[in-house]
Ligand binder design. Structure first.
Ligand code: C2E
Ligand code: MG
Ligand code: MG
Length: 753
């Protein structure tokens, strides 16, 4: 393709060169010159032919005239010979007759045998020749003798006449040999001689030169300017003399015979050359203009192309999330609507999976946005590997991804995809040089069972996700009809929370914590319950997240601290005065600047020593916003309040923060304890946490102890305290008092060193 193109281009470049019209003009010039030369040659030949024809005609005419004269003179000589005694007067009469007949003679003479002119007619102008010897030269003498001898005519050729001027004499012998009686001589003036011919016509056209033996003997000049290029010489066939006639044409005659065709052709062709060159020049200009237009069009096209690609880039950007490179929510929703349409026609199902990264917000807040962005990119990379012609992966914003599975025939296909998504999170993510184990929780809605349009499916997947989060992380939930009802209930609950505080619907339950060294209850954890007017006693999991979302947690938290202090004050003067009470604080509560002041005020108001109060914070809350927390927590410990980390082990792998925080206690999460006696990993972790805490001078509580085996394990590994249903469920204060009064015993708890 490119070779012919470049050939075409170079051809066009050559054709558009300014040399082309010049070359074309030069070609025409050469052709014109050639044609002119050829035609000129033809013209020359024609002129020469015409000239030769004219010269020939003249010579023949001259010959004819001479022959007439000769025969006339011979006749006269014959008569003289026949009548030698003819008197002079008769001769003169005859001669006059003769002169009149021809009119061209200067004179008619009788020359006797001694070559003397005896008679001359007319006498006027010729009288001086009488007695003149015409054999004035040897050559003449010999010629005359020869003529007398042979009886042949003699022509003198051009000579100086006795009468003056140039002339010619024809001698006709009267008798021959011894009987010769002289000559009848006809004298012509050369000028007159030419009068034989069509003098004016000839004179206008030519200079006539009579050559005698090759030399000019006489010339008849013309008035016109002569051409130097042409001349024609033809011999004149006359007796005894060697004559030729040369015609030299006038320029005018030549012009007339040349014609103008050579020059006309020359200029015509030249004009054509000019016209063709100008046309080519014009075509070149048009072509160049076209080329320029074409270039402009190409540039324009390029610009249009660039714009189109910019627009498609824009369209792509509009449909793509710039950070993750995945489809964005808007595009996903459009596609989902389309997918639903197709599924409807094909009588198939479609799955919508909403994926939420566990603890992302907290990670983002603590490790920075850059970390968060990198994590999102890595997760996107893994999830996008799942996308194919049936699966679309999109980033919805925050820590949420949307996945749509098309052409679903069996719900197992969705379950299979969910498994693949979970697989994608198994390998830890390496970010900023560290490996982080991230899990995801998913909500699933299926078309058409879970909703008939995209928005409905999305809402229901969201509800399912919420449920999945509720039931613990790293799992998934399909949307079911009941969820909708639960969602409605949740909203109702949120409304009811408004009045719960003022209606005194909250109560504190207390769960004892067993000191494993003394086997005594040294502290209790205060756990809130909501005595809901319609729904009965609700555990904190039902309403604390709602309260956190709405911000009502701050007031609830203050109430808890207040209630706990009141309870401490209650127990102060009784048998339970040694108890420490632990309260749970959520992250939102820690954000409250007035928190420490409020706790201090509650302690003071109830006259409770600060070291009777313990504050539990989850590991996640601890880490979130390290700087500000450090300040709040330092103020708390300065106050004398104990600080413990709740649900330890499910959060960060980095434990460096333990060094910097004034932590008194770690509470190992229930998830490790539940199978601590069965799973080697859990046992190892639990032991490691205990050792680590002890090395840092921190005490350890184990949560969720339900079996004596667990209790034994912990006791044997020198865990400081234990909490769980085995010891006691959370109880109202009164019940706790009774329980502690009764005493708790563990028969099977062993003490191995
Ligand atoms: P948490 O602080 O880790 O409290 C321990 C939870 O484990 C309690 O659930 C308790 O009833 C439960 N538990 C204790 N021993 C066992 C056991 O042997 N087996 C099992 N399966 N569970 C056991 P609860 O009372 O439902 O509280 C749940 C969570 O709600 C608490 O977890 C705490 O994070 C939060 N919470 C409770 N009260 C408050 C409060 O006053 N304020 C705030 N912000 N959060 C609270
Ligand atoms: Mg707790
Ligand atoms: Mg806990």
């Amino acid at each position: 393709m490119s070779q012919p193109n470049s050939l075409n281009r170079s051809l066009v470049t050559v054709l558009l060169s300014p040399a082309v019209p010049v070359i074309i003009f030069l070609i025409f010039l050469v052709i014109a010159g050639g044609l002119k030369y050829g035609i000129g040659r033809q013209d020359n030949a024609h002129v020469n032919d015409s000239l030769a024809t004219a010269a020939n005609a003249l010579a023949r005419e001259l010959e004819q005239n001479f022959r007439d004269h000769l025969s006339a003179l011979q006749r006269m000589a014959g008569r003289r010979e026949a009548q030698p005694g003819l008197p002079e007067s008769a001769w003169r009469k005859d001669a006059r007759q003769y002169l009149e007949d021809f009119g061209t003679y200067q004179a008619i003479e009788w020359v006797d045998r001694n070559n003397l002119i005896r008679w001359v007619e007319p006498m006027d102008g010729n009288r001086s020749v009488l007695g003149y010897n015409v054999a004035f030269s040897l050559q003449r003498k010999q010629a005359l003798e020869r003529a007398a001898q042979t009886g042949q005519l003699d022509i003198s050729g051009a000579i100086e006449l006795r009468q003056g001027g140039s002339g010619l004499v024809i001698y006709a012998p009267i008798g021959r040999g011894t009987s010769n009686a002289g000559f009848i001589a006809g004298v012509f003036r050369m000028g007159k001689l030419i009068d034989f011919l069509d003098a004016p016509r000839i004179r206008n056209a030519f200079r006539v030169v009579i050559l005698q033996s090759g030399d000019p003997a006489y010339q008849l000049n013309t008035s016109g300017r002569l051409s130097t290029r042409y001349a024609a010489t033809v011999p004149v066939d006359l007796p005894t003399i060697d004559w030729a006639i040369r015609l030299e044409p006038t320029q005018r005659w030549v012009r007339e015979h040349l014609g103008a065709s050579a020059w006309v052709t020359f200029f015509t062709v030249l004009l054509m050359g000019v016209l063709v060159s100008l046309s080519v020049l014009l075509v070149q200009l048009v072509l160049r203009r076209n080329q320029a237009l074409l270039r402009t069009r190409n540039e324009l096209q390029q610009e249009i192309d660039q714009r189109i690609s910019a627009q498609s880039d824009l369209a792509r950007l509009e449909s793509t999330d710039p950070l993750t490179g995945l489809a964005n929510r808007r595009f996903f929703m459009e596609d989902l609507a389309h997918t639903i349409g197709v599924a409807d026609r094909q009588l198939r199902q479609a799955g919508l999976i909403m994926v939420d990264l566990d603890r992302f917000q907290m990670l983002n807040d603590t490790l920075g946005h850059q970390f968060g962005d990198e994590l999102l990119i890595r997760v996107s990379q893994r999830l996008s590997r799942l996308s194919d012609e049936r699966v679309m992966v999109a980033y919805s914003g925050g820590d949420e991804f949307l996945i749509c599975q098309q052409q679903v025939d069996d719900i197992d296909e969705v379950i299979n995809l969910l498994g693949q998504i979970q697989q994608a999170f198994i390998e830890p993510f390496e970010i900023q040089g560290q490996r982080h184990s991230i899990t995801a929780t998913m909500g699933v809605a299926i078309y058409p069972q879970s909703g008939l349009d995209a928005d409905m499916l999305l809402r229901h997947a969201d509800i399912a996700l919420y449920r999945a989060k509720d039931s613990g992380r790293n799992t998934y939930q399909f949307y079911t009809e009941g969820m909708q009802n639960r969602e409605v209930m949740r909203l109702q609950l949120d409304k009811d929370l408004n009045s719960a505080l003022s209606n005194h619907e909250f109560v504190l339950y207390f769960q004892p914590q067993l000191d494993l060294a003394t086997m005594q209850i040294g502290s209790v954890e205060a756990l809130i319950r909501w005595q809901h007017p319609q729904r009965g006693l609700l555990p904190p999991g039902e309403f604390i997240p709602l309260a956190e979302e709405s911000g009502r947690i701050t007031d609830i938290g203050r109430w808890v601290v207040q209630a706990a202090c009141r309870q401490l004050a209650d127990w102060r003067d009784g048998p339970l005065n040694h108890l420490r009470v632990a309260v749970n604080l959520s992250g939102r509560e820690l954000d409250d600047e007035g928190l420490v002041d409020h706790i201090q005020e509650a302690l003071t108001r109830n006259n409770v020593p600060a070291d009777c109060l313990e504050v539990e914070l989850t590991e996640e809350i601890f880490i979130a916003n390290l700087e500000r927390n450090l300040d709040q927590l330092s103020r708390l410990t300065e106050l004398g309040v104990h600080l413990s980390i709740d649900d330890f082990g499910v959060g960060y792998s980095s434990l460096a923060y333990l060094r910097d925080f004034p932590v008194d206690l770690l509470k190992i999460d229930r998830s490790f304890i539940t199978r601590v006696t069965e799973r080697h990993d859990d046992a190892v972790i639990t032991r490691a946490v205990i050792n680590l805490a002890h090395n840092l001078g921190i005490q350890v509580t184990a949560e969720g102890i339900e079996t004596e085996a667990q209790l034994n394990f912990l006791k044997n590994h020198r865990c400081d305290m234990a909490q769980g249903y085995l010891i006691s469920h959370p109880l109202p204060a009164k019940d706790l008092e009774k329980l502690l009064a009764r005493g708790i015993t563990f028969e099977d708890v062993t003490n191995t060193p």
